[in-house]
Structure formats: C-alpha cells, structure tokens
Ligand binder design. Structure first.
Ligand code: G3P
Ligand code: CA
Length: 268
C-alpha cells in the first residue's frame, strides 16, 4: 500500500473528486480514485453501501445494476458475491471515448481496501448512503477510521469528512465522535433558500453543507458563509460554473474532473 505524504488540504477551497475522477474512469473503482488523487490535496469521494455480511463497499446505488455486470441489492449479497462482479466494463461501453482495457474486470472496492491503498495521509470525503437500510453503518465506519488511524487526524485538520443527506446519520456520528467534521447534504428542487434557523440547527453537528449547485445562487452562498458554515456544492464539471461558484464564495466543490477544477483554482 502506498503511503504518500500529502500537503495539508487547502481548507479554503476543497477539491472533492466525485466518485473518484468519475468523468474519466468507472466511478468508485480504485482506478477512478487514483486518477482523482493525483490532483494534490484532492478528497476521494466515497459513497457507502453495506453487504449482507456487513462489509462497507464503495457504490453509489443500492443495487449493483447500473455500475456492475450483476443485478440485485447490495444488502442481499455477500462480499464474496459482490467481488465476482465487473465494475469497469459498463464504463467502456457507455463512454467509448474514455474506454480503457485496464477498466475491464475492476472490482467493487471495500472501504478497508481503499484505506489500505491510499493510506492515512490521503483525504477522504465519505457518504453514508441509505443509513436507514443499513442500521449500524455509522459504527462500522467509525471502527474502520479508528483501525486505519484516520480519526486522530481530525484535530484541527480535515483529512476525513463525513457527509450524508440524513441528518439522523450525521447526528449519530457526531454523538459517537464529535471530532469528525461533518457535512449536511441537501437536495433542492428549484431555487434554494435556507433560513437562519435551519443553518443554526445544522451548525450544532456539522461544519458545512453540500447543496446541489443548480439550485443555488450568490445570495445563498453568502448567507451560508455568514453563518460560519462551509459550503461544498455538488456536482460541478463545467469551467464557467466552477468560476461562478468560486466568485460566489464556495469553500469547495464536488467534481468529476478534479484536474479542471485545480486549473480553475490556479487562476483565482
Ligand atoms: O455527495 C455529494 C453528491 O455526491 C451527492 O449526490 O447522488 O452523487 O451521491 P450523489
Ligand atoms: Ca455522494
């Protein structure tokens, strides 16, 4: 396993490699994370699901249908069954312009394998997906962070951030370990607004929010920043939108193209 020493994350503007560099390689594979991680200081974004036998694996959907050669719910499959699936070939079929022989047969990685591969100096931005389906996923996640000495990094730094759409999941984590920085994800339809009361409630357990970029504007970003919370909108892949987000004062972005965002950052 590689233990590269990274410069501390830029705490002003985080680059979050959404599902890895998922514009260029099959999402949530080690190949996609490796490409994302090449951009210095980048966070590897990991969506978590849990197998029938209690292993945390990196996958966006509750089913394996879209991103592997198999079908079915992750919760109904053992890790052994998941490991037999091909998590790369679908990408070659879908995006022939980025297809790569090396993507054929890639496995679904476990969170443990990801930590073993990238070590405890890498930056991770981990999402508890479907915490209602997976009852103790928070405890499992915190156990693994402890095991790989990732929890202790959080005093004053942000090597590991945990995100969720579920405030219950975040509140549970905050109770179990108040040192881990948390981000409340929000999904708006139409134009987003947020009240000072909502911001104050979130601030009790989280350091920031992650709204969908398409619904927010400059006033929204300024209000959030004024409350003292960070704001990391998802998912921005377009250069002009990246520039706008930065002008509005966001403190980081989720992107499928972390290299492009770094280029844009360099011009600011
Ligand atoms: O976690 C931020 C963003 O990734 C949320 O959307 O559906 O891609 O997990 P999703
Ligand atoms: Ca996510």
């Amino acid at each position: 396993s590689s233990k590269k020493v990274k410069s501390p994350p830029n705490t002003n503007q985080l680059i979050v490699a959404h599902r890895g560099a998922s514009g260029l390689a099959p999402e949530h594979t080690l190949a996609s994370y490796e490409l994302g991680e090449k951009v210095n200081g980048t966070y590897i974004e990991i969506d978590l699901q849990m197998t029938k036998d209690g292993h945390l694996v990196a996958m966006h959907d509750e089913t394996v249908n879209r991103t592997t050669s198999g079908t079915g719910f992750v919760k109904d499959m053992t890790l052994n069954e998941i490991k037999k699936l091909d998590a790369g070939s679908w990408f070659n079929d879908m995006y022939p312009q980025y297809a790569n022989e090396a993507y054929k047969g890639l496995e679904v990685p476990t969170l443990k394998e990801i930590f073993q591969t990238f070590g405890n100096e890498a930056n991770y931005y981990i999402e508890t997906k479907s915490p209602i389906v997976y009852r103790n996923m928070e405890e499992k996640l915190l156990e693994l962070l402890d095991l790989y000495q990732l929890s202790s990094h959080n005093e004053g730094t942000k090597h590991v951030i945990i995100q969720s759409f579920s405030s219950k999941s975040l509140e549970k984590i905050h109770e179990l370990n108040p040192n881990i920085p948390l981000v409340q994800l929000l999904a708006y339809k139409g134009n987003a607004t947020i009240s000072n009361k909502q911001l104050a409630t979130i601030k009790k357990y989280a350091i920031g929010i992650g709204p969908n970029f398409q619904s927010i504007d400059q006033a929204y970003v300024e209000k959030v920043r004024k409350s003292g919370l960070d704001i990391h909108p998802y998912t921005i892949n377009d250069k002009e939108e990246m520039e706008n987000a930065l002008l509005w004062g966001v403190t980081g972005v989720f992107t499928n193209d972390p290299e492009l965002f770094q280029k844009v950052l360099n011009t600011f």
